[in-house]
Design a protein around this ligand. Structure first.
Ligand code: SIN
Length: 514
């Protein structure tokens, strides 16, 4: 019998039913909802508010071929190159070729990309791109503007209901695949039936001590899909963004200094002022992210410093403040007088290339269960994601999931789920303080040993330790969100470490020194 997290006698089941349930209120989930045939009822379940996911924080922009000087071939080539030869070429073709279409569609829905004085959309450059092709909104507030706009459209649609602050506990399955979810809104676990379920829950950043990802990114979607029988892929490929702000860290959440800042001419320097990317790659500071990250870490190891510096002094103040208003405000609030002062930065966890394996229509290996956005592994990101391809992936594959659901719609038939018996889990969870200690320990293992530079022996040690913690919770009775979260975190961390152990060669973001 498969494992469910909830305790059967505590779940409320009043037959609440939607045609489609989408878990995740970021770009992938929202755009998927907007593409579902309006005759179908849709529930969007979001762990926090509209501003709580990673989409909201996306600064740089969205990559797409919109300029005459650019081409699909060039975008495909850059994606494959950054992905270190590990991408699924068919998925990359889909991503790139459908890019302009989804861009036009979100413009139609109200998204305003930044324009020059003549009304032309402005594009910028980021790491790994051979030319300027990144569209942006509000300077460096692309994710915020897009998520807010799509969220407003969704909340005006009669067929869409949004449930904020609602946690995904489990995906219910029977022999025919997905049949619903159990969610918890803080008070109780309750069943929502649906035979068309989309998981768009984002990622795993908070499995690390430091990440650019928000608080809720604890691998819940991945763990729930795995319990439902879905297959995961490429979990060892974790991307570390080269330039997180090295000061003002709040609760493990690091503020991002967008790669677009380098796209506009900023240069990385070490404490001695040396522009150390100069001889390291033909794209210098705009080399793919994994390469820049490793060069920064090597520099920090060599010099013993705990950061490097982003020299932005070539930009004038007016330009910087207008082009990067969020970054400007944040730096100034911390006493960094940009653009005169350099910005102290160091690499931090940013994105998971792997995830729940999906096909070109966002289908997982479980019937009726779809995944899109960061939680999914479509194959487009390979072993190292090209900058600003993730926002595009959210739209392209969010829409593909919706179109497939519209075409292959699975009807609800009033079926009532028989709750599994749970008496085999008699042991209760340890006290909260012990759970906190376990979470802190898992984060320190992930940070220390499953980072941007890895060693075989410490990966193996980490895997054993994480597996031990997973085992501790595996047969326990879990009764609240905190207990569900530690279990999910143990599952997701263990799978990442296990996959990292299995891959013996360095490729893209998985870099082993021994
Ligand atoms: C950034 O603005 O540097 C982040 C963009 C991304 O992660 O693709």
């Amino acid at each position: 019998m498969r494992r469910y997290l909830f305790t059967n006698d505590k779940v409320r089941d009043e037959g609440e039913t939607y045609d489609v349930v989408i878990v995740g209120g970021g770009l992938a989930g929202l755009y998927c909802a907007l593409n579902i045939d309006p005759k179908h009822s849709v529930a969007i379940i979001s762990k926090g508010g509209i501003d709580s996911g990673s989409s909201w924080l996306a600064q740089g922009g969205i990559a797409a071929v919109t300029q005459e000087t650019d081409s699909f071939e060039a975008h495909i080539q850059d994606t494959l190159m950054a992905g270190a030869g590990h991408c699924d070429k068919k998925a990359v073709e889909v991503l790139v070729r459908e890019g302009p279409e989804v861009i036009n569609d979100v413009i139609r829905l109200g998204v305003q990309f930044d324009k020059d004085e003549d009304g032309n959309i402005i594009v910028t450059r980021e790491g790994g791109h051979c030319c300027r092709r990144i569209l942006h909104c509000g300077g460096d507030a692309t994710g915020r503007v897009m998520t807010k706009t799509l969220g407003e459209v969704a909340s005006g649609r009669e067929n869409i209901s949004v449930f904020f602050n609602t946690f995904l506990v489990d995906i219910l399955t029977d022999k025919n695949g997905a049949i619903g979810v159990v969610v918890n809104d803080g008070d109780e676990d309750r069943v929502i039936y649906s035979r068309n379920i989309v998981i768009a829950t984002g990622s795993i950043g908070q499995l690390y001590k430091f990440s650019t990802n928000p608080k809720g990114t604890t691998g819940d979607g991945i763990a729930a899909c795995m319990r439902a029988g879905a297959v995961c892929k490429d979990m060892e490929f974790v991307q570390f963004h080269p330039t997180a702000l090295a000061v003002g860290v709040e609760d493990g959440k690091m503020f991002l200094i967008s790669e677009a800042v380098r796209g506009e001419g900023a240069v990385l320097r070490n404490k001695s002022g040396e522009a150390f990317m100069y001889n390291k790659h033909s794209l210098r500071d705009l080399a793919p992210r994994d390469i820049v990250t490793r060069e920064i870490l090597k520099n920090m190891m060599k010099t013993g410093d705990d950061c490097v510096y982003l020299d932005v002094s070539d930009m004038d103040e007016e330009f910087f403040a207008k082009r990067f208003p969020t970054i400007f405000e944040k730096c100034r609030s911390l006493g960094i007088n940009v653009p005169k002062d350099s910005i102290p930065v160091h690499p931090t966890e940013h994105y998971l290339m792997g995830g729940v394996r999906t096909d070109l229509h966002a289908r997982t290996t479980v019937s009726g269960l779809y995944a899109c956005g960061e939680v999914a592994c479509t194959g487009v990101q390979g072993a190292n994601r090209l900058a600003s391809n993730s926002t595009l992936e959210c739209l392209v594959f969010g829409r593909r999931a919706a179109l497939k659901i519209n075409g292959d719609f699975r009807k609800n038939d009033g079926y009532k789920f028989e709750m599994p018996r749970s008496e085999e889990f008699d042991d209760v969870c340890p006290p909260d303080s012990e759970i906190d200690d376990d979470i802190a320990y898992m984060k320190s293992l992930m940070t220390e040993y499953v980072g941007a530079i890895r060693h075989t022996s410490s990966l193996e040690y980490t895997h054993r330790e994480l597996d031990r913690i997973y085992d501790k919770y595996r047969k326990r009775r879990l009764e609240n969100i905190k207990e569900y979260t530690v279990f999910n975190a143990a599952v997701a961390s263990t799978v990442i470490a296990e996959s990292a152990c299995k891959r013996k060669e360095s490729i893209g973001s998985h870099y082993i020194v021994d």
